[in-house]
Design a protein around this ligand. Structure first.
Ligand SMILES: *Cc1c(COP(=O)(O)O)cnc(C)c1O
Length: 394
């Protein structure tokens, strides 16, 4: 009865869709931090921030306990508050929009471009009102958005651009590294991302005012900076000047982050090699579309997403997905569009309002992609995906 039972198992072990790379150097770095004088904000924090700022070519980097906290900080620094509207894509992780709600702002979704899967600058402009304060574009899968077109809209309407680059450390837009171009850019160090600190995130910026606000925001709104104090009672004195949070990264995590930064280019290189093999293998399978690559950008390849042509296949996406999982290929779906999540539905966002994102959501499957994949892993994915599609092809 079950067709899958007739498929001979090629893989004996489950291959996840993403996985961190931790080596002896990373372990040694963490041990060294543990033996140091600081477990939280210590020397590794500054070192990690400097490494990231240098790598992306930004003046400042401020680390946070995770990428979501970093986005929250960016929304605060941008002055987003009650009544302000912020435009973002529905085809992303919930955090890209949640950060606006934390600040009491209103999320306004703009639909994606069906070719790049990124937010469509034309749709952004349609959503602008006199309450719009910022745009949060997401470099979905690691492919940079068309920043020049987004900056043009932002300039015209005086909007702040907070780039969600959780997928895109190491990516380039027109020859420049992502992280130095927008008003603020966020990177995440969750273990499925390019580099990890366990949990962690960062905002990069060239703006000193944003930098100062971010530093204070991640530590309760407290400052000891003499030039910023209204009074000074003595050497112990500090002021809490606004409501901030405890969003600090630990020195232990930063030590891991520093060690991982040394391998970032190697990680991106390995992801690129795997993607080339996937593209080569799948470009002739006409029941699927492989990821679009704009010549103006260099993706850092966080995700490899295939789009199924459901009218050329005898079963639904769910059956293909389940069949691949049964064959030990850890597929995933990125993402359920945010406006369809129950919480956002309760806020009044409607199904049908984002046709491109909603259609894409029905058709996509993310294949395993991480630097520690072996040649055999890659071959297995190719063989299993190809024969599964063939089996169900019309
Ligand atoms: C991972 C991710 C985040 C949040 O990062 P965390 O470090 O997990 O909080 C935000 N946006 C996108 C697109 C992400 O993939």
């Amino acid at each position: 009865m079950k067709k899958e039972d007739s498929i001979e198992q090629i893989r004996s072990s489950y291959l996840p869709y993403g996985r961190q790379w931790i080596d002896e150097e990373d372990i040694a770095a963490v041990i060294k931090a543990l033996k140091g004088d600081y477990l939280t904000t210590g020397p590794y924090i500054q070192l990690f921030e400097q490494k990231i700022a240098d790598y992306v070519g930004a003046q400042y980097a401020v680390s946070f306990s995770n990428g979501t906290a970093a986005l929250h900080g960016a929304c605060f620094a941008a002055g987003i508050g009650k009544g302000d509207e912020v435009i973002t894509t529905p085809m992303t992780f919930a955090a890209s929009a949640n950060c606006v709600l934390y600040q009491g702002g209103k999320v306004v979704f703009a639909d994606i471009d069906y070719q790049t899967y990124n937010i469509d600058p034309v749709e952004i402009e349609k959503k602008i009102t006199n309450k719009t304060k910022a745009i949060i574009p997401v470099n979905f899968t690691g492919q940079p958005v068309d920043l020049d077109r987004i900056f043009k809209v932002a300039e015209k309407y005086n909007l702040i651009v907070i780039e969600d680059a959780a997928h895109a450390i190491g990516a380039e837009y027109k020859g420049k590294k992502i992280g130095s171009l927008s008003d603020m850019t966020m990177f995440s160090f969750h273990p499925v991302k390019h580099i990890t600190s366990g949990e962690g995130g960062v905002i990069t910026t060239n703006n000193k005012e944003y930098y100062d606000k971010l530093i204070q925001f991640r530590s309760h709104g407290i400052t000891r900076e003499p030039s910023k104090l209204n009074e000074n009672h003595g050497p112990w004195y500090y002021e809490m000047q606004f409501l901030g949070y405890n969003y600090r990264l630990t020195d232990i995590q930063a030590a891991l982050g520093c060690s991982q930064m040394n391998k970032l280019d190697m990680f991106v290189g390995k992801r690129n090699e795997i993607v080339s093999k996937y593209n080569e293998a799948f470009k002739s399978v006409h029941q699927i579309t492989i990821p679009f690559q704009s010549p103006e950008v260099q993706s850092s390849w966080h995700l490899y997403i295939i789009r199924l042509h459901l009218d050329e296949i005898n079963v639904g996406r769910k059956e293909i997905f389940e069949s691949l999982q049964k064959q030990n290929i850890g597929v995933n779906v990125h993402y359920i569009p945010i406006h369809l999540l129950p919480y956002y539905q309760q806020l009044g966002y409607e199904k049908g309002s984002m046709p491109n994102a909603e259609q894409l959501y029905e058709e996509i499957i993310s294949l395993p992609l991480f630097p520690a994949m072996t040649e055999q892993d890659v071959k297995d994915v190719i063989t299993i995906v190809k024969r599964t599609i063939e089996k169900y092809a019309k």
